[in-house]
Ligand binder design. Structure first.
Ligand SMILES: Cc1cc2nc3c(=O)[nH]c(=O)nc-3n(C[C@H](O)[C@H](O)[C@H](O)COP(=O)(O)OP(=O)(O)OC[C@H]3O[C@@H](n4cnc5c(N)ncnc54)[C@H](O)[C@@H]3O)c2cc1C
Ligand code: FES
Length: 605
């Protein structure tokens, strides 16, 4: 077993930290029903923080040298509902006016640094134009994902009709704020075998769950385990910047986990979960008892079933090593990608500059046809062909041939033989739930764990989140979907944590996804499963468009390229509970009549 923490001491005391449900409800919710910060003691009682014992937060305004105050504009320069990037001399801030109030926050999205001024301002929050993270304008807190941190919040005052911002220089530089978090106070509990919260999986769902627990003041033991050898990292980069080393894409540093007492056990695989005895069994025989459990084991890439599938130089992309090795092997050589999935196409795009040849083999006749429709799929295919990628469509692999133990050729059912020094398989993935067969946790026919809106499984105290679940998607009439996106895993991890603390919080988010190929990003919000029409605005040939996916009379998803921030706008309308009608979009696009969708009139950039 590897780990962020050294192997813990032997168990001495078993500490019961469960609150009776009734008491929990009373303690954990303030009279107005909102959560308040709690600390949990190891004797099983819960208590609110005393002011002076809240985890250390530096007051940014104590030392005048660390603070800058600047007049940034005239009060009349900003209308209600407007945002503006302002310069304080040693850094910029985002100034917002809403309902007559001014707010100042960090101006860059802490996820990948998008300029939030180009995002979407709605009631009380701003949504990032790139991948849809949302920030509360009054607190800077992150309310929807991706990303882990919130925005720093700055002081604003109006004096003689001028707007002044007072900000910590350090916060202006960092442009991010990690939320106040509790630490573990259950000192006597560091046993090998007992934890309060056990999280299986150290992807975004697991990590956000652990962080949310600490943010909410949970101060008992949290153990997160992963079969990989790294602390949580940004897996979405593996197919977009394939030569990234693991330490360049870590989501949090080792020090972070130490500081907040989140134990991460690496290279350790859970092989069985005994829900009756609240215990998990690891591959090496090690056992650990838990009080509450999160299953966030993601999915496992599918492999080919044909001859030669186990050859060297045949890969699925799951770890930094996979990605790094593919880049090395493909350099000036022949690469074959099987499956025109998001992953396969991102890999093909990345390798097209490095490899001698890149071929994509796909069962369908057009890439992304089911997901994005024919027109968008064809336009993307053309972009690939213009970049030297060759497609072999409506066929599949019949054999992978070797020479001296290494891949040499990919033989297609169509009879075509492709020279191949490396082959990447991107034909989908299945939920990693095989180890749960004996657990009593319900698994559906496709291997997913069905959960309710609170991420609860059929077993009390056992939660599941991320790629491994199906859950009721509120905006699609609570039909159960599996949504294997980076954003969704974050949100579900958060909801699971809140409900481990009995906060009764239901998931209500709009799925948001992105992909990047040849320096162009495609953004997507909603859930287009079963769409029956696509309405496109813009220039699809130039890849500057927005596509609305409709079912009956309703817009159920939107995709765009070079048309920001339209997808974030649509996501905000959907998040507000409003239905976007197909006829309104058509009226707007064909006749320029905005009617009910005036929000759409700010065209893309
Ligand atoms: C190459 C690639 C690129 C992607 N790009 C994008 C993108 O651009 N946009 C997007 O929205 N999504 C993208 N995705 C999807 C996104 O990464 C997933 O939706 C997300 O990682 C799911 O998070 P998760 O926490 O559910 O699981 P994962 O991130 O898959 O993590 C699962 C964790 O469980 C652990 N685990 C599994 N089984 C066990 C076991 N038995 N015992 C112990 N530990 C176990 C694993 O080691 C891992 O730590 C991409 C995925 C891949 C593979
Ligand atoms: S840069 Fe803002 S969500 Fe990604």
């Amino acid at each position: 077993m590897g780990g962020c923490f050294s192997k813990p001491k032997a168990a001495e005391v078993k500490v019961e930290v469960v609150l009776p449900e009734k008491e929990r409800d009373k303690e954990e919710l303030s009279p107005n029903g909102k959560a308040s910060p709690l600390a949990y003691k190891s004797n099983g009682t819960a208590r609110h923080y005393h002011h002076e014992e809240r985890p250390n937060v530096l007051n940014p305004y104590t030392n005048p040298k660390d603070v800058v105050e600047a007049s940034v504009c005239h009060a009349k320069d900003l209308e209600n509902g407007q945002m503006r990037e302002v310069d304080l001399g040693c850094g910029k801030a985002l100034l917002i006016k809403q309902n007559g109030e001014y707010y100042a926050l960090g101006h860059k999205c802490p996820h990948y640094g998008a300029p939030l001024v180009k995002g979407v301002l709605t009631k009380g929050r701003v949504r990032c134009p790139w991948h849809g993270a949302c920030f509360n304008i009054a607190t800077g807190d992150i309310e929807d994902f991706p990303g882990l941190d919130g925005l720093p919040k700055f002081q604003v005052k109006i004096e003689k009709e001028r707007v002044y911002i007072r900000a910590s220089k350090q916060a202006l530089q960092s442009q991010r704020r990690t939320k106040v978090m509790a630490k573990c106070i259950a000192l006597s509990n560091y046993s090998t075998a007992i934890t309060n919260i056990l999280i299986i999986g150290a992807g975004p769902a697991g990590l956000v769950c652990a962080e949310t627990l600490r943010q909410e003041g949970f101060s008992d033991r949290i153990v997160m385990c992963t079969s990989e050898k790294y602390l949580p990292y940004d897996r979405s980069k593996l197919s977009k910047s394939m030569d990234s080393q693991a330490d360049q894409i870590l989501l949090r540093s080792k020090e972070f986990f130490h500081t907040y007492d989140i134990e991460v056990l690496t290279e350790i695989q859970v092989v069985n979960v005994d829900t009756k005895n609240k215990m998990v069994v690891f591959k090496d025989g090690f056992r650990m008892e838990y009080n509450k459990l999160l299953i966030a084991t993601g999915n496992t890439p599918k492999t080919l079933m044909c001859k030669g599938k186990e050859l060297d130089n045949v890969f699925t992309i799951r770890t930094p090593e996979d990605a790094n090795r593919v880049v090395k092997l493909a350099s000036s050589k022949n690469a074959v990608i099987v499956g025109a999935s998001f992953l396969g196409m991102e890999v093909a795009a990345y390798l097209s500059e490095k490899a001698h040849s890149v071929s994509v083999v796909e069962l369908e006749n057009i890439p992304f046809k089911k997901f994005l429709g024919e027109k968008v799929g064809l336009a993307i295919m053309k972009m690939f062909e213009n970049n030297r990628v060759k497609f072999y469509m409506q066929t599949e692999v019949s054999e992978l041939r070797e020479q001296e133990g290494k891949l040499k050729e990919v033989v297609l059912k169509s009879g075509k033989v492709l020279r191949a020094d490396v082959c990447v398989i991107g034909i989908g993935a299945s939920p990693t739930t095989g180890f749960l067969k004996q657990s009593g946790i319900t698994i559906d026919s496709k291997g997913y764990i069905p959960v309710n809106k609170m991420m609860q499984t059929n077993i009390p105290g056992v939660f599941a989140a991320g790629d491994v679940v199906t859950f009721p998607l509120a905006f699609r009439n609570n039909k159960k979907f599996n949504v294997p996106h980076w954003q969704m895993a974050h949100m579900q991890g958060r909801i699971a944590a809140l409900n481990m603390l009995a906060q009764g919080t239901e998931i209500n988010t709009i799925p948001y996804l992105w992909t990047a190929m040849f320096g162009k990003s495609l953004r997507y919000a909603g859930n287009g499963e079963g769409f029956d029409d696509v309405i496109i605005q813009g220039d699809i040939e130039e890849l500057k468009f927005v596509a609305f996916y409709t079912r009956n009379d309703e817009v159920i998803a939107v995709a765009s390229m070079n048309y920001d921030p339209i997808v974030s706008k649509v996501a905000e309308v959907m998040a507000s509970g409003k239905t976007i009608r197909k006829r309104d979009v058509e009226m707007f696009i064909h006749h320029g009549k905005t009617g009910d969708i005036a929000w759409l009139t700010g065209k893309g950039s």
